[in-house]
Design a binder for this molecule. Structure first.
Ligand code: BYC
Length: 478
């Protein structure tokens, strides 16, 4: 179904046929816009940004590009096309027709997950509130804003479900999604990671690489849901999400590229010679490794506990499936299966077989880690092609955890358990220190001339929508 842009709220869900729902959402719309003005990108409201806007929901040519002032962005409600005769793919109701309404017995579980998913979207916009002021180029500034407006749209996606399927509770939850704020001491965002500020562009690239990728895996699991409107909403969100991870992967690639070029030009043979590399005004690879350690482990926490009855219940109920559920060759019920889980046993990290149902968070996290590795291979290729013997790695999953099996212990990035004193002494070898933060901050001077880039990052290989290198992605009024 095509998207109707003549409506106050663009949509492809026939909103005008349900006047009560339409009125309720039109009542929420100005609250969203107030939130955007206050908590969204600081300044730049009058800038013309070269943004893509969804115009269809099929894979081919689903978006158009054009200059838009962000507050005028057409946030709307877009569901991927229904799959005819779709059947439930897992859990107790396997093989039955999917649901168009939420069954009463699963209402609170669905609400909890939809609210949790919805909460992360505005949270990420809030975390990046000030980033525009230190953009390394107009190209990057435009990508930040594209990510921000689409996270705003993902909030709309969840708010639509809350309004359409959860009555008064849903409307109240939708208001709460605008009342909690990232890092707020009284009303923080639900998941810990989304309360950490993203105050420099290296963090932004790591966040879009690692945390948006958690988004991909959570959305993929929810796209398998028996509740068809949720599945269809998530399927379309995934189309938008791909660009966010691209921003992260290519952002880090461009940082690595620039650092290697600068080291070569200066005749530096040891990438671990931090002081000499920093003197060149580029990001040294050991500091980048610390940033990767931080954002990867913060993102691992988003999968919840390795062993979780919540996850088992959600699977049995048909609420949340596995990554690529329909392609997995098994009974999709998992009653008698096991899955190896990393656990702390007698002071050692060991793999222990657990019932597959309770190990679903661990399984999804393993799928996620495999996906994360791909970027590291690309970044390491840039480093080795430049002739350097240095490898970026993912730390052990026991390192720096606040959720799950390893939250009460300390481990090195190699997975060696250590005591508190050793952790406190060595922490800054593995995670960004205040000094590292100061150095990164010192690089964050804005570059807003067309076609120019900050000296610590290479230009992209291709422009957005194939635009030339000197394209003015953001027209900033002066
Ligand atoms: N922080 O059994 P447990 C994205 C809570 S990112 C705080 O261990 P469960 C995006 C948990 O809520 C994707 N609390 O785990 C990316 C529960 O509390 P209650 C977001 C946490 O429930 C970038 C208790 O601990 N989507 O889209 O199986 C930009 C025990 O839970 C945390 C989703 O997360 C934490 N890290 O799984 C923009 C999908 N972890 O209920 C957007 C929806 C756990 O006992 N959410 N807890 O009070 C879920 O599927 C699940 O809620 C979780 C946790 C995977 C998060």
């Amino acid at each position: 179904m095509s998207i109707d842009y003549s409506e106050k709220i663009p949509n492809n869900v026939n909103l005008s046929n349900d006047r009560t729902l339409q009125r309720a959402l039109e009542h929420w719309q100005p609250h969203f816009l107030d939130w955007w003005r206050e908590m969204g990108p600081h300044d730049f409201a009058s800038a013309d940004v070269y943004l893509r806007t969804a115009t269809g929901v099929d894979a081919q040519g689903w978006a158009t590009y054009g200059a838009v002032k962000m507050p005028d962005y057409r946030w709307g409600i877009f569901l991927a096309d229904a799959i005819p005769e779709r059947k439930i793919g897992f859990g107790d109701s396997f093989g039955e027709p999917v649901w168009q309404q939420v069954p009463g017995e699963f209402r609170s579980q669905f609400r909890r997950l939809i609210v949790t998913q919805g909460d992360t979207e505005p949270a990420s916009v809030e975390q990046q509130h000030l980033l525009g002021h230190t953009c390394p180029s107009l190209y990057d500034l435009r990508n930040l804003f594209q990510v921000n407006v689409e996270e705003g749209r993902h909030l709309w996606a969840m708010v639509y479900l809350l309004h359409a399927h959860f009555g008064r509770d849903g409307r109240e939850e939708a208001e709460e999604l605008l009342a909690r704020h990232s890092g707020d001491t009284d009303k923080p965002r639900i998941l810990g990671t989304f309360n950490e500020p993203i105050s420099d562009w290296l963090s932004f690239f790591c966040f879009t690489y690692f945390t948006d990728r958690d988004g991909k895996f959570q959305l993929k699991s929810l796209a398998e849901s028996s509740f068809d409107p949720l599945a269809r909403t998530c399927r379309f969100m995934l189309t938008e999400e791909a660009h966010h991870m691209f921003v992260g992967e290519t952002g880090i690639s461009r940082v690595v590229q620039r650092t290697c070029e600068a080291m070569r030009a200066a005749g530096i043979s040891d990438p671990a010679d931090v002081a000499r590399v920093r003197a060149l005004g580029v990001v040294d690879l050991p500091t980048l490794q610390k940033k990767l350690n931080l954002h990867y482990t913060l993102s691992l926490d988003l999968f919840g506990s390795e062993v979780s009855t919540n996850a088992a219940n959600a699977f049995n109920a048909g609420i949340k499936g596995r990554y690529h559920e329909t392609q997995i060759k098994d009974d999709h019920r998992l009653q008698n299966d096991t899955y190896p889980v990393l656990k702390l046993v007698n002071g050692e990290i060991r793999r222990v077989d657990e019932p597959a149902l309770t190990a679903l968070n661990m399984r999804l996290r393993d799928d996620y880690t495999q996906d994360c590795v791909k970027g590291l291979l690309r970044w390491n290729k840039i480093i080795s092609t430049a002739g350097y013997d240095f490898k970026l790695t993912l730390p052990n999953v026991a390192f720096h955890r606040q959720i799950g099996e390893f939250r009460d212990i300390h481990a090195t990035p190699d997975g060696v358990l250590i005591d508190d004193a050793t952790w406190n002494r060595r922490r800054s070898e593995w995670l960004p220190s205040a000094d590292d933060g100061d150095f990164i901050a010192s690089l964050m001077t804005p570059v807003t001339e067309t076609g120019r880039y900050a000296p610590w990052i290479s230009p992209p290989k291709v422009g957005i929508d194939n635009k030339p290198g000197d394209f003015e992605y953001v027209k900033i009024e002066t």
